[in-house]
Design a protein around this ligand. Structure first.
Ligand SMILES: Cc1cc2nc3c(=O)[nH]c(=O)nc-3n(C[C@H](O)[C@H](O)[C@H](O)COP(=O)(O)OP(=O)(O)OC[C@H]3O[C@@H](n4cnc5c(N)ncnc54)[C@H](O)[C@@H]3O)c2cc1C
Length: 353
């Protein structure tokens, strides 16, 4: 049995399948509702129910308190309608968002490569010949056989090569999905995934020079965004500050050096935080935020910054950017949360990704 979901203030009504959450139905209809953890833990997707009944599902008592349930609030990521429902959501109208509907895909692994000792490149050719339409910077949820939850991985290829997608997957110690991908996944295996997800994309219409700050496998989204901008013939200055622990963890280094040599408007600033002192590395040393501060002389005005990587790197970069006079409205981030981070995101006051 399906129900109707009306989303205010948009005034749009969509169908919700039996057992489907409000968030899933909205994203698949191409309507973006703010969300983050997708497991009822972080409260980013809290909305007001104006009419109708929902089952709150696995919403945690921290993220959705009893008095909020009584007041008619719910978490869109866990709430399942029990009748036709009308909600009021904090829907931001973002001029650069294409609002592409989320779809399910199947595909076959065509290539697996060790990009670094801890990051594998995984290429998947999608069975749908048209491929996946996405905005550079967005991610997919990959299904791991036998696992209840899907795992988020950003698309590392440019949207122009939508038939075969590339993922850059870092092995998380103790992580079920990434261990399986690193140890058991083979070329020719079938995969299921859904996407595109996320609001991490270049605000192209602003015509403001983009600054990408990335760490580890957080290079995936910025790589897609940079390839896309360069393919389109973007003439704005584009800067990538990319940090890794050691030289062998710095991947696509040559590709970015070559891009910088070919495109006068593209600047590549690699930085290593843990490279042995006696190594032949003559480039920058330190963390991403420190390298960015030095490169820009602690003045980031006139940029839009796109940050991608582990939460600790993003927090350090945001502080540095704001100290260097970049406003919060010009900073966009994609934190590579894992289950361990999600467990810590319990406060209902925590709403920012
Ligand atoms: C939007 C987005 C995009 C991303 N893109 C990428 C990408 O392009 N590349 C990439 O490498 N990563 C990316 N990530 C991160 C990636 O999704 C995670 O690393 C991945 O989900 C880990 O899955 P896993 O099954 O291996 O680990 P899990 O089994 O989920 O565990 C992760 C860690 O948490 C610990 N843990 C598990 N359960 C709990 C618990 N209940 N309490 C405390 N600790 C626990 C585990 O021991 C382990 O250390 C992205 C994340 C997000 C949110």
């Amino acid at each position: 049995m399906s129900f109707q979901l009306t989303i205010e203030p948009l005034g749009q009504t969509i169908e919700v399948e039996d057992g489907q959450t409000l968030l899933d139905a909205s994203l698949r209809a191409g309507i973006y509702l703010p969300h983050a953890c997708c497991h009822g833990l972080c409260a980013t997707c809290k909305v007001a129910i104006l009419a109708g009944e929902v089952d709150h599902g696995e919403a945690s008592n921290f993220a959705l308190m009893d008095y909020e349930r009584d007041e008619g609030k719910c978490l869109a990521c866990t709430a399942i309608p029990q009748s036709d429902v009308t909600i009021e959501a904090d829907v931001d109208l973002e001029p650069d968002a294409l609002n592409l509907p989320v779809r399910d895909f199947t595909g076959k692994v065509t290539r697996i490569e060790n990009l670094t000792p801890t990051i594998k490149g995984v290429w998947i050719r999608l069975d749908d010949a048209a491929g996946i339409r996405f905005q550079a910077g967005q991610y997919i949820n990959l299904e791991v056989p036998g696992e209840h939850h899907r795992r988020a991985f950003s698309l590392a290829n440019a949207p122009s090569s939508a038939g075969e997608i590339e993922l850059n997957i870092r092995l998380v110690p103790g992580g079920k999905a990434t261990s399986w991908i690193h140890e058991e996944l083979r070329t020719g295996d079938s995969m299921r995934l859904a996407g595109p997800y996320g609001r991490f994309f270049v605000r192209k219409s602003t015509r403001i020079p983009p600054l990408f700050l990335a760490g580890g496998s957080g290079l995936s989204s910025p790589r897609s965004m940079i390839l896309d901008l360069l393919e389109e013939g973007c003439t704005l200055p584009i800067t990538l500050v990319y940090g890794a622990r050691t030289r062998e963890e710095l991947y696509y280094h040559q590709e970015f050096e070559q891009l910088a040599a070919r495109h006068a408007n593209f600047h590549y600033v690699p930085v290593l935080s843990n490279e042995p002192e006696d190594s032949p590395w003559t480039g920058r040393r330190g963390f991403v935020h420190q390298a960015a501060k030095t490169h820009f002389g602690n003045d980031f005005r006139g940029h839009k910054a796109y940050l991608c990587g582990p939460p600790v790197m993003i927090d350090a970069c945001i502080t540095t950017l704001m100290q260097g006079r970049l406003f919060e409205r010009d900073i966009y981030s994609e934190k590579f949360f894992s289950a361990a981070d999600a467990q810590q995101v319990r406060s209902p006051l925590f709403r920012k990704i």
